[in-house]
Design a protein around this ligand. Structure first.
Ligand code: TMP
Length: 207
């Protein structure tokens, strides 16, 4: 069976952490080889870049921020994601390039075409086999962010920023339904869990 590259994405407060645990348990129960990783991060360099990118005191231009996301991603692909896939290990990444289109593109206004150039340069033709987009209404996201103790540099943004981020995620999913599953995460956790498990069952059945 060809290993799969899955990504989990969505606005802050959409419940990624809970559902990553569901995905982890699904793979464990089936004894399938899998590597969990995250962006920005996933390598020693990427984790250092993450620290800088999320630190509230960091002052960085939009283009530099975007390059830093892709610098972390480039190292992540070369050192972690591609070797794992080559060795037959499935990869689940907590965020990937959709987040750049959503946050730097939608949230901050960088043109899509600029992001697409970097995507092509860093990834070639590689795209996730499937992206699970966890979606919650804007108010739910904002309330969850509000309740977090220390807000990172992105979480300090205003409601309009997150509205644009969410809109881009949903637009991207609507434009390529074969690569995305949008999961309404504003429900009982147990119901979301069943839906995610069904998505994984289907993906791996089809393989
Ligand atoms: P999280 O992984 O805890 O959700 O935090 C990562 C933050 O970084 C989140 O607010 C989204 C943001 N981000 C971007 O702005 N662009 C990107 O390309 C990625 C991967 C994350």
């Amino acid at each position: 069976m060809q290993p799969k590259f899955l990504t989990l994405d969505g606005i802050d407060g959409a419940g990624k952490t809970t559902q990553l645990n569901v995905i982890r348990a699904w793979f464990e129960a089936r004894g399938l080889p899998v590597l969990f990783t995250r962006e920005p991060g996933g390598t020693p360099l990427g984790e250092r870049l993450r620290e800088i990118l999320l630190a509230p005191e960091t002052q960085v231009s939009l283009r530099t921020e975007t390059l830093m996301m892709f610098a972390a991603r480039c190292q992540h692909l070369e050192d972690v994601i591609l070797p794992a896939l080559k060795n037959g290990v499935n990869v689940v990444s907590d965020r990937f390039t959709d987040a750049t289109f959503a946050y730097q593109g939608g949230g901050r206004g960088l043109p899509d075409a600029d992001i697409a150039v970097l995507e092509r340069w860093v990834q070639g033709s590689l795209k996730p086999d499937l992206t699970i987009l966890l979606d919650v209404p804007l108010e739910v996201s904002l309330a969850r962010i509000e309740s977090s103790r220390e807000k990172d540099r992105f979480e300090q943004e205003q409601a309009d920023f997150f509205r644009r981020v969410r809109d881009v995620y949903l637009q991207r999913a609507a434009a390529a339904p074969e690569r995305y599953v949008v999961v309404n995460s504003n429900r009982e956790k147990a119901d979301v869990k069943v839906e995610i498990e069904t998505v994984l069952d289907k993906l791996f059945q089809a393989a």
